[in-house]
Design a protein around this ligand. Structure first.
Ligand code: ADP
Ligand code: ZN
Ligand code: ZN
Length: 826
């Protein structure tokens, strides 16, 4: 980004260079210090800029750190110098550092945690500490060492090469750790961090890729002045984080040097990154009038960073041509010399999307995701860094890739909850982070969905963000096609009329017709929380908490057939009869794909059935294989869970059956109706993707529920209106903000509960003492499931217009995880 600060470049930066001798460094350690920032001196010969990745001494350790700022004067009395630069150039732009600060503040994460996803892959977590005897120690150091340290020093001198500290600890004993520290302090050995080694993906090795930091390579180069070719190769590699052609390296520096560097584990041979080619290049399609309108809104916004709004909701039905809009908006952005990021909820489920991008922008698409080998990830990252990729596609973390001159960020299926990180810090939501990144860079954000998050729709209705609608559906030929017909079947009637099968008569009939016509069917099962809800098959009612009306869930783990409210924590014993109609047909709603597949066998014995759930598709690539097998006609019926709703786009699917729509509805989460609506709408959208009309059959015990009704009618507006009314009545988002406090867990149930009760008490006292209005503390309540790996977990929920005012006044113990804007509250 160009700013006025660049006006007087040279004189300015030179004068700066001689005064800014201190750097603020955020280190990779739990230091307990707010911000985790420390001041270090910049050694005279070192050119340090914000965004540089450095190694710094910290206590007796060497830590990885990021320079976040430069200072004229240190703000502490004593500073140590930065040890070395890890990479020659700064790896983070000022915008990304600023984004990191925002993430740390908003999500209450440490600054290093917030910056870590922006660093080159492999820099953290996998890094290992190495130790080696110093080549020229000060005379007499040995005398001051302890016996253990002397013993280690003797070993290191007898074996003069880098040793992983973990390996030494394993072979010599745990005393090694202290000994290493003593040797480093005495200057008798050096310690540094390095990346883990990884095996080449295939034996066809053609690239020489560094295995250690550039700083380590340079250090080795300095230590080998008598071997000029080795040193030259080391220096060259230090400047080529993505690697060199092995053939070139051998030609230029000799076979011996290359063999030596591999032998020292400083580099390894890797397969060349697969050439990026496109089988068919796709030319842009002539936009339909709806697409023209969308592009007419987006292009000027991309051209003029000062125009508003900067964030746009693109609400378009599945198959309405949203992807084509993304592609053409990106093409426009590239034509203006800027770059783009496109996020997808799950890369493995969207191979078709990735392929379309690759075909439209051959050789310019960077794909970043965790299933790539480490070497490939690193290679892609550096290609993006160098500007060789102008479009980056990937999951939420792709937001943090080093894209310069960013002009456009697309979030496809913006309502998906995979956009929220919920397993490790920082617990960010890609939608909100994208908006901040756009603010910092002048980019435009496009949020695409057929079923937008109601909060996104609400923001569009309020005028906070822009809105573009594309209600029509395009067929492959370019002509509009109809949506599937959706029939809702009341399963209570089926039981009353003597049908005890899990399939209604209508679904059986449709299934047989579809198979007889040689077409395909998909049976969908919403399995989340399946076994836990207690419902009456006669009247459809679900057992609810007497205090707060949340559906109760059953847990064998809680013992003795107890039902528990996951919202307020109240418990009761399980009844034998339905409290409403006295029927004995009261039971847990729960079915697996296996059971459904068996039932298909009993009504259509010849059908070839394929199961697709996390049990059958856990291996890498299994999703794609199953999907392809079904698309190729290798099965007639696909039985699957949530995943079916996403990736599947098969024109020969005529029928979609939703075996039981209710399960998701009863999850004790206020977003349950929204999730159910989104899933059912998506599932119904899987039928009739080709020219044939499609059918969907939705089986339910709650045919009158507004989410089921609206999904059956494919009526987003009706759902939105009913849902907003409920959200307002219960003061749920967007009418409040939520923060979920999750206790990590304790093996003793009693202790875990006491801990949760204490924090709840402290929070409530603070609310009273400060007389905070509209701040609600809910719970403690068990999580779902209540126990993970033998640790009992509890949660608290803060619901307020500004939860921050409470959180700023109470110190949350480290055993609690703070989740700001949680997408999951069970
Ligand atoms: P969405 O992303 O909304 O699901 P897509 O962009 O995938 O929709 O479009 C659905 C289908 O319509 C695709 O097969 C696509 O090739 C086709 N399509 C999209 N736009 C056009 C157009 N302007 N002319 C002809 N076909 C189009
Ligand atoms: Zn009943
Ligand atoms: Zn309750």
């Amino acid at each position: 980004m160009t700013t006025t600060a660049d006006a007087a470049p040279d004189a300015h930066s030179r004068s700066e260079a001689c005064v800014l001798r201190y750097a603020e460094v955020v280190v990779d350690a739990r230091t307990g210090k707010p911000g985790d920032t420390f001041t270090y001196a910049v050694p005279p010969q070192m050119d340090v800029q914000p965004g540089h990745l450095v190694l710094v001494p910290f206590g007796s350790r060497a830590l990885l750190g990021v320079v976040t700022g430069l200072l004229e004067e240190p703000n502490v009395d004593y500073t140590r110098p930065i040890a070395s630069l890890v990479e020659e150039q700064p790896v983070l732009t000022p915008e990304l550092i600023e984004l990191g600060r925002w993430i740390a503040r908003y999500y209450r994460a440490s600054l290093f945690d917030a910056l870590a996803p922006m660093l080159p892959p492999g820099m953290r977590g996998g890094s290992r500490a190495y130790v080696q005897a110093a080549p020229d120690p000060r005379p007499g150091v040995e005398e001051r060492l302890s016996a253990g340290a002397r013993r280690l020093l003797a070993y290191l001198r007898a074996n003069p090469r880098p040793h992983p500290v973990t390996a030494l600890t394993a072979s010599l004993g745990p005393w090694v750790r202290n000994a290493v520290r003593a040797l480093v302090e005495a200057g008798a050995a050096s310690e540094w961090l390095s990346e883990p080694r990884h095996k080449p993906a295939t034996p066809r090795a053609t690239w020489l890729v560094p295995e250690v930091y550039a700083s380590t390579l340079r250090q080795f180069a300095d230590e080998h002045p008598r071997a000029p070719r080795r040193a030259a190769l080391l220096r060259r590699l230090a400047c080529s984080p993505a690697g060199l052609s092995a053939a070139d390296a051998r030609k230029q520096y000799g076979r011996a040097a290359v063999a030596w560097i591999i032998g020292e584990a400083l580099a390894s041979l890797q397969t060349a990154p697969p050439p990026t080619y496109a089988t068919v290049t796709h030319t842009p399609l002539l936009p339909t009038p709806e697409q023209q309108r969308a592009l007419a809104a987006l292009k000027p916004a991309i051209d003029d960073p000062s125009s508003t709004p900067r964030v746009w909701l693109l609400h378009g039905a599945t198959g309405s041509g949203k992807t084509e809009v993304y592609l053409q908006a990106i093409a426009h952005c590239l034509a203006k010399g800027r770059r783009a990021i496109a996020l997808v909820p799950e890369v493995a489920l969207t191979p078709q999307m990735t392929q379309r991008f690759e075909e439209r922008f051959p050789g310019r698409v960077g794909l970043l995701h965790s299933r790539l080998t480490p070497a490939r990830q690193r290679d892609e990252w550096w290609r993006i860094f160098r500007g060789e990729r102008s479009v980056v596609i990937g999951p939420r973390s792709a937001l943090f890739s080093p894209v310069k001159d960013l002009g456009l960020i697309v979030l496809d299926e913006e309502h998906e909850w995979t956009y929220k990180q919920s397993d490790s810090q920082p617990l960010y939501h890609a939608r909100d982070v994208a908006e901040q990144l756009a603010r910092l860079t002048g980019a435009v954000v496009v949020l695409g969905s057929a079923t937008p998050d109601v909060v996104t729709s609400w923001r569009a209705a309020e005028g906070t963000i822009g809105k573009i609608s594309m209600p029509g559906r395009i067929e492959r030929s370019g002509a509009p096609t109809a949506f599937a017909d959706v029939d809702v079947v009341d399963m209570r009637t089926e039981l009353r009329e003597g049908n005890r099968s899990i399939f209604s008569r209508l679904l059986q009939e449709r299934l047989q017709d579809t198979l007889a016509a040689g077409r395909q069917a998909v049976l969908f099962l919403n399995r989340r929380g399946a076994a836990s809800i207690v419902a009456c098959r006669s009247c459809g009612s679900v057992l609810r908490c007497a205090r707060c009306a949340t559906p109760l869930t059953y847990h064998s783990a809680l013992g003795g057939g107890r039902l528990r409210c996951h919202h307020c924590g109240r418990a009761r014993t399980e009844p034998r009869r339905c409290p409403r109609c006295r029927s004995v047909h009261i039971r847990y709603l729960g079915l697996g794909t296996q059971r459904v597949a068996e039932e298909v066998g009993s009504i259509a014995p010849d059908a070839r059935v394929l199961r697709w759930d996390s049990d059958t598709a856990s291996a890498t690539g299994a999703h794609e294989r199953l999907l392809r097998a079904f698309a190729d006609g290798k099965a007639d019926v696909l039985v699957g869970t949530q995943m079916v709703a996403k990736g599947l786009d098969v024109p020969s699917v005529d029928l979609v059956g939703v075996v039981l729509a209710d399960i998701g509805l009863h999850m004790p989460d206020f977003r349950a109706p929204e999730r159910t609506f989104q899933l059912l709408t998506q599932v119904a959208g899987r039928a009739g993707r080709g020219p044939q009309p499609g059918y969907a059959v939705v089986q339910t015990y709650l045919p009158d529920h507004y989410a089921v009704q609206a999904a059956a009618g494919q009526d987003y507006e009706a759902f939105y209106a009913a849902e907003m009314e409920r959200r307002r009545a219960h003061a749920n988002p967007p009418f409040s903000r939520l923060v979920r406090l999750l206790y990590d867990g304790h093996s003793d149930r009693r202790i875990a509960f006491d801990e949760a009760r204490q924090l709840a008490g402290r929070l409530r006292r603070t609310v009273r003492e400060w007389d905070m209005r509209r701040v609600d503390v809910v719970g403690p309540a068990p999580t779902y499931p209540p126990r993970i790996r033998n640790a009992w977990r509890w949660q608290l929920l803060i619901r307020a217009s500004e939860p921050r005012i409470l959180l700023d006044r109470v110190s949350i113990p480290p055993s609690w995880r703070v989740d700001v804007d949680p997408v999951n509250i069970v």
